[in-house]
Design a protein around this ligand. Structure first.
Ligand SMILES: C[S@@+](CC[C@H](N)C(=O)[O-])C[C@H]1O[C@@H](n2cnc3c(N)ncnc32)[C@H](O)[C@@H]1O
Length: 304
C-alpha cells in the first residue's frame, strides 16, 4: 500500500474488476489504519450526474433531467448493466429495489424482445417507491413489461440465518416468477440496516437460470462486501468480482449447490451430534470468529 493511495487505485481499477477477496483485504487494511468503516464507499464513490450523460442514447433521453448516483444507481453502473443486458439478451431479469434501474431494464428488454410479456420482475419494499416507479414506466409506455412485488422490510429467516430483509419467502418468490427463470439479477435493495440485502439471493436462488449472472450495487459498503462474502462461503454465489466504479458493483455467477443448515440448526442440542450438525457447529464457529474479530467485516446475519 505504501506506493499507491486509494483514489489512484480506484481510477486504475474502474474498468478492471478484481476478485472480491482482494477488495475485502484492501477494506480491512484501510480499516486497521483509519478505524473508518465504509471508507471505500464514502471516499471513492462517484458523484451524482444527470441521466442525459448515459452512454446509451435511448436511456439518456428517457432519463434526461434525472439525477443518478445518490438513491438510484450511478451512471457508470447503469452503463455497465445496460451493456451486459444488451450482450446477454436475457428473457427476463429480476431486481431487488425499484426505481431508475427498473426503467433501464424495461427499455432494454423492449428493445431486445418488443412488448407483450413481463420481462422485468422487481421486488420493492414500499408502496410509495413502487408508485413512483410505475409512473415513470407509464410515461414511457413500459408498464406491461414490468411486475412489481411489494415486500416490506422485516426481521427475516432464510435457512438458519436471521437478518433484516424483504418479507418474501422462497415460495412467494416462486409464485411471483411463475415459470420464468431470470438469467440476470440486479440487487439494489432494500434500503435498510447492515445485512438487509443478505436474504435476497437465497430466496431467489431456486428460481434462477442455472447460469444466472448476479449483480449487486453499493458494493463498496461494508454491508454489501460482507453479504457477497458470505453468499460465496455458503455457495449461493460463485466467482465474485468487484468493479470499483460508481458505488461499486459485485458481479458473479449463481452458485450451483448452496449449503443448507436449517435442519442441522434445528437438530442442535437434541441429543448426539450427527455429521451435518457437527459441520454446522464448525460453520457457526467461523461466523462467531468473524463477529469477534475487531477489524474484519461483521457477518450480515445471526446464525441460529
Ligand atoms: C437503492 S434504492 C433502489 C434504487 C433503484 N434500483 C434505482 O436505480 O433507482 C433502494 C430502495 O430505497 C428506497 N428509496 C428510493 N429512493 C428513496 C429516497 N429518495 N428516499 C428514501 N428511500 C428511497 C426504495 O424503496 C428503493 O427500492
Amino acid at each position: 500500500m505504501s506506493n499507491f493511495d486509494v483514489p489512484s487505485l480506484m481510477v486504475a481499477l474502474r474498468e478492471h474488476p478484481v476478485p472480491l477477496s482482494h477488495m475485502i483485504q484492501l477494506r480491512d487494511v484501510i480499516f486497521e489504519q483509519t478505524g473508518r468503516s465504509n471508507f471505500l464507499f464514502a471516499a471513492c464513490r462517484d458523484g451524482e450526474a444527470d441521466g442525459s450523460t448515459l452512454a446509451d442514447p435511448e436511456l439518456a433521453e428517457a432519463l434526461s433531467g434525472v439525477a443518478l448516483g445518490q438513491w438510484p444507481m450511478g451512471v457508470s453502473a447503469i452503463d455497465s448493466w445496460a451493456a451486459a443486458v444488451l450482450e446477454r439478451k436475457p428473457a427476463a431479469v429480476l431486481e431487488f429495489g425499484s426505481g431508475v434501474s427498473t426503467v433501464v431494464s424495461a427499455v432494454l428488454m423492449r428493445r431486445i424482445h418488443g412488448t407483450g410479456a413481463v420481462r422485468v420482475f422487481s421486488v420493492e419494499q414500499g408502496e410509495e417507491a413502487a408508485a413512483q416507479t410505475r409512473a415513470r414506466l407509464e410515461a414511457l409506455g413500459l408498464n406491461d413489461l414490468v411486475a412489481i412485488h411489494i415486500a416490506p422490510v422485516e426481521r427475516t429467516l432464510v435457512d438458519a440465518f436471521d437478518s433484516s430483509g424483504y418479507a418474501v419467502t422462497a415460495e412467494q418468490m416462486g409464485s411471483f416468477l411463475g415459470d420464468v427463470r431470470p438469467e440476470m439479477v440486479l440487487i439494489d435493495g432494500p434500503f435498510g440496516g447492515y445485512g438487509a440485502r443478505f436474504s435476497t439471493l437465497p430466496v431467489a436462488h431456486p428460481w434462477l437460470a442455472e447460469d444466472a449472472e448476479i449483480w449487486m450495487d453499493d458494493a463498496l459498503r461494508d454491508s454489501e462486501l460482507a453479504i457477497a462474502h458470505w453468499w460465496t462461503v455458503l455457495g449461493y454465489l460463485s466467482e465474485p468480482s468487484l468493479q470499483f466504479t460508481a458505488k461499486g458493483i459485485v458481479r458473479g455467477q449463481r452458485g450451483d449447490s448452496p449449503r443448507h443448515y436449517a435442519q442441522a440448526a434445528a437438530g442442535l442440542g437434541r441429543g448426539e451430534l450427527q455429521g451435518g450438525e457437527a459441520e454446522y457447529v464448525l460453520f457457526k464457529m467461523r461466523v462467531q470468529a468473524a463477529a469477534d474479530a475487531s477489524t474484519g467485516l461483521k457477518p450480515p446475519f445471526q446464525a441460529r
